[in-house]
Write a protein that binds this ligand. Structure first.
Ligand SMILES: [Zn+2]
Length: 90
């Protein structure tokens, strides 16, 4: 699967199929802060999560995100999947 990161900059612009349930901080960072992004790349039943470091000017500090596998707050392994339009969730 191709990993086109530019198309993945849609933090908060999607619905959860399975929202990350480890803690409210992680979910808030995706849904509200737009600080952690969820890639369309998925493996083992979870989408990839990554963060985009920004400079003090608000520009992205680097071209690609830093993938995170564990919640930065509670250190639980992150698991969550997006709901895709046309996909029926159980
Ligand atoms: Zn957490």
């Amino acid at each position: 699967m191709e990993f086109d990161q530019n198309k993945d900059h849609i933090g908060g612009n999607f619905e959860w199929d399975v929202a990350p349930s480890c803690c409210d901080l992680l979910r808030g960072a995706v849904d509200e802060e737009k600080f952690i992004f969820v890639s369309n790349f998925a493996s083992k039943g979870s989408n990839s999560f990554y963060m985009m470091p920004v400079t003090s000017d608000g520009y992205f500090a680097r071209e690609s995100g830093v993938t995170i596998n564990h919640c930065p707050w509670c250190e639980t392994k992150i698991s969550g999947t997006k709901k895709y339009p046309g996909t029926k969730s159980a």
